[in-house]
Design a protein around this ligand. Structure first.
Ligand code: HEM
Length: 545
């Protein structure tokens, strides 16, 4: 090859190489561009596709043409109806709203849908009849942060909750509840003795009797005064701290869960401080009685109790935790509700002497004057049973049930009930239904009797809630409250107080009916007098100490 040829070849080569290099650069540039384009288009297409799919699903959805139930307009763009919901005694406001919106009302609290059911028929149809998808509870950040997720009442519908309900069924079904009658009898007789000693302190005596029944069932009769007192005080502290929602931020963090990741020092993150305080109290509350029982079992000094029975057959840590959590929930869920009913009974008796007179007449006829009433008499005292039902109706301890949560979208009576909605049964409104309970504010036990004086089929069980979440302690509660009522009526006369603390005497006993999950009658006075010398002797003889 000549030098010229080789020059030509070299120049062709470099020319070709340069073209190839340019081509390569362009290809590279093209592939960079394609990759960036794909990176941008990929997710965009994904989003569009998702939007398209949900739009077409929506078009084909049976919910498209179905509207939410009617309800008041939101009064804030952030918290929506929250301000109206948080007002005092919301059950009364909801009852009033039925006049405008009907029995099923829709609200929005922050981003959460809330449905209020004001008629028993709807609660039965939805919460009982469709319980497969109306049995969940709301997720709540504060429940986690405070350690209150041990509590059955707040637990999501799932395996752990089922484990809890199995234990309640084992321990508190009607047959099992019979085992606690001797404790209920003793504690109600101790209450009579306390009323003889200091009738003006009836409020504290009622609270103590309700607490003692449950503590003795759970942990035995030899719980030391020290353990008893610290447990009761911790339970009160933890309950009021948790349920009173003392910081508005606790509402906000529940509504915007991401806020939980704010550091505790951050302005507005004070809920961390509150949560930690409740958490510490709660873990002490859970441990104290278990410690006591554990030591008793080791030393062989534990007195017979439900917990001793359960722990003797418990071999796994998971079961141990579950027993501990169920026991503590039993106390927390059972004491204030029972106290509320017993106090409502004293309030009713002081205001409605005629009902009291009729019940006492029946007790005297069936029981006589030589002994105190007991459970064996229950079936023979229909008026007394009617009076018991009327107390529950007149002042339901939980005017609103604990909200159930819908796990599916549903259409009920032509209304869309969205998945995730909280379903609140307004028990108060149901007990105020004037068609079913004429003159609902009056205390009239006869409404539970037929013309022959026999009990009708309305057992007022609605006060214990609905569906799979119905109160598992209802048989226990019914027995305790009934026995206290019948024992008090057999031995004391309750009347309106014409002396005493003026501010309490003149207060409208209904006006302050307390807010919160469990509603207790506000402080009130009444006069409690032993019927005669004979009952005083009976009471003294029956009391333990
Ligand atoms: C007069 C006394 C009582 C009343 C009126 C009452 C009422 C209620 C109500 C309305 C509910 C909510 C039901 C629902 O969500 O639909 C409930 C739940 C509950 N109650 Fe009671 N209760 C009383 C006594 C007791 C007692 C003595 C215990 C003790 C075992 C107890 C344990 C519970 C528990 C553990 C729950 C939560 C159930 C769950 O979420 O699965 N209650 N109660």
């Amino acid at each position: 090859m000549s030098g010229n040829d080789s020059n030509v070849n070299i120049s062709i080569l470099t020319h070709t190489q340069r073209r190839l290099a340019r081509l390569d650069e362009r290809t590279m540039a093209l592939s960079d561009f394609t990759v960036s384009l794909l990176l941008a288009i990929g997710p965009l297409t994904g989003v569009l596709f998702a939007l398209y799919t949900s739009y077409t699903n929506w078009l084909g959805s049976p919910f498209r043409k179905v509207s939410y139930p009617p309800g008041p307009s939101p009064n804030s763009s952030l918290s929506k109806n929250r301000q109206s919901v948080a007002s005092s005694q919301p059950w009364k406001a909801y009852t009033e709203w039925t006049k405008t919106f009907g029995n099923i009302i829709y609200l929005k609290s922050y981003r959460k849908d809330v449905i209020i059911l004001n008629a028993i028929e709807d609660a039965r149809e939805m919460l009982d009849g469709r319980c497969a998808f109306y049995s969940d509870r709301a997720k709540n950040v504060m429940t986690d942060l405070t350690g209150w997720n041990f509590n059955t009442q707040l637990m999501p519908y799932g395996q752990e909750w089922r484990g809890h309900r199995k234990l309640y069924q084992q321990c508190f079904r009607p047959k099992a509840s019979v085992a606690y009658r001797s404790i209920q009898t003793q504690k109600s007789r101790d209450l009579l003795s306390d009323l003889l000693d200091s009738p003006d302190e009836f409020r504290a005596h009622c609270a103590r009797a309700s607490s003692d029944v449950i503590l003795s069932i759970l942990y035995g009769d030899n719980l030391s005064t020290e353990v008893n007192e610290s447990f009761v005080s911790l339970a009160n502290q933890a309950t009021s701290a948790y349920t009173d929602g003392p910081l508005p931020e606790s509402n906000l963090v529940n509504a915007i869960p991401l806020l939980r990741y704010l550091p505790p020092w951050f302005p507005g993150a004070e809920f961390h401080r509150l949560a930690l305080a409740v958490k510490n109290t709660t873990s002490e509350l859970l441990e104290i009685p278990m410690d006591f029982i554990g030591k008793g079992l080791l030393r062989g000094t534990a007195s017979p109790s439900l917990l001793v029975d359960l722990l003797e057959n418990c071999y796994m840590q998971r079961d141990f935790e579950r027993i501990k959590n169920v026991a503590t929930t039993t106390y927390l869920a059972g004491v204030n509700t029972t106290t509320s009913s017993v106090l409502a009974f004293f309030l009713a008796m002081s205001q409605f002497p005629e009902a009291q007179r009729k019940a006492r007449q029946e007790i005297d006829k069936v029981v006589g004057s030589s002994r105190l009433p007991d459970f064996e008499d229950r079936a023979s005292l229909p008026y007394m049973e009617a009076l018991f039902r009327e107390v529950l109706r007149w002042r339901p301890p939980m005017p609103l049930n604990s909200a159930h949560v819908a796990t599916e979208d549903d259409i009920y009576n032509g209304l869309h009930i969205p998945k995730g909605a909280r379903i609140v049964a307004n028990i108060w409104a149901m007990t105020r239904n004037a068609e079913k309970y004429p003159d609902p504010e009056s205390f009239l036990p006869d409404r539970f009797l037929d013309e022959q004086g026999k009990l009708n089929s309305d057992d007022c069980s609605l006060v214990f809630g609905f569906g799979r979440r119905i109160c598992p302690g209802r048989h226990l509660a019914s027995a305790t409250v009934w026995l206290i009522m019948v024992s008090v009526l057999a031995t004391f006369i309750i009347s309106e107080n014409t002396a005493g603390d003026e501010s309490l005497r003149d207060a409208d006993p209904d006006a302050g009916y307390a807010d919160g999950h469990v509603s207790l009658p506000p402080p009130f006075t009444c006069t409690i007098t032993a019927r005669n010398r004979n009952v005083t002797d009976l009471v003294r003889g029956a009391a333990k100490s």
